[in-house]
Design a protein around this ligand. Sequence first.
Ligand code: GDP
Length: 366
Amino acid sequence: ALTAGIVGLPNVGKSTLFNAITKSQVEAANYPFATISPNVGVVEVPDARLDRLSALFHPKKTIHATFEFTDIAGLVKGASKGEGLGNQFLSNIRLTDAICHVVRCFDDSDITHVEGSVDPIRDIEIINLELIMADLQTVENRLGKIERKAMTNKDKEAMAEVELLRRVKEALEGEKPAQSVEMDKEERLQMKNYNLLTMKPMIYIANMSEEEIAAPQDNAYFKLVKEYAAAHNSEVVPICAKVEEELSSLSKEEKDAFMQEMEMGESGLDQVIKTAYRILDLCTFLTAGEDECRAWTFRKGMSAPQCAGVIHTDFQKGFIRAETYRFEDIDELENEHAIKEAGRLRLEGKDYIVQDGDVLHFRFNV
Ligand code: GDP
């Protein structure tokens, strides 16, 4: 499953946001494949197209794609040196696909800031330095092992790895993220094996007050975070964690009414999920039938057999073809018979690159 880890200094609103996530959590009965543990919240990926399919097919079950948030406790100043929970948090965060970094952008004299004042850029840099230091340890450990191998065997591959790791180490020592190092495609792939934290895409979550969330651009802290994110190849989403927590305890109808009143187009949590999809290059394909309508996540560029494999490995192994049409076609024509009549049902083979919003039926040998 796709996961994002939530990090941030103490008292910035992480628990408030994580509460909102767990309260919006999917029902385990409908999502038996989701791993649900205390520090994980599994939420549905909002998708109006799936809602529309469901209204057309009246299936027994409608299943949204899911996204997991992991609460990464213990990432405080000095964490990489073993203070606080120390390295325990690192193993949790290494397994995530992206990092959501909650930053305090609200003034409130009743809520102490660990660093004594509200200063989002300073906070960001404190956390990022911890991530950099953790990566430096990882890289140094690996270098220690591989350098010996490269020297004794004159192993070409090992030598190339040493060269790459030294470049990364130099950047980290200069307090720059591994992501800032220029790498070709192959080197990038190799780096994946180390699960470096500063290679992961970062979303800054600017947590601001209820009064300000309707017009985030007017919040001076948010402006700073936005500039910082733009300069560092990252994204930023404004939210009010308190509002998210309130939203999470409402029914769908109440939620819509509340959001209209707050002049919010979309909940902050939904925006975070959408942003994560975008930076991770994720797309959605759909399957539709009387039993089940369902949204599935795949990475941009995946072929039809690879997407079949998202559903089941047997579908990929025995793949024959995909019968497909666009969501827009069923939205307009309202049933599959009409789509066929209109000549819009396509047969696609193993080289077909699946597109976001394709509705697919897979044909396969068992
Ligand atoms: P954590 O330590 O990062 O998990 O932070 P918490 O979620 O426990 O929040 C710390 C305090 O800030 C709590 O008293 C929250 O109620 C409060 N808080 C969180 N978000 C907001 C917000 O948007 N505005 C205000 N005024 N307070 C907030």
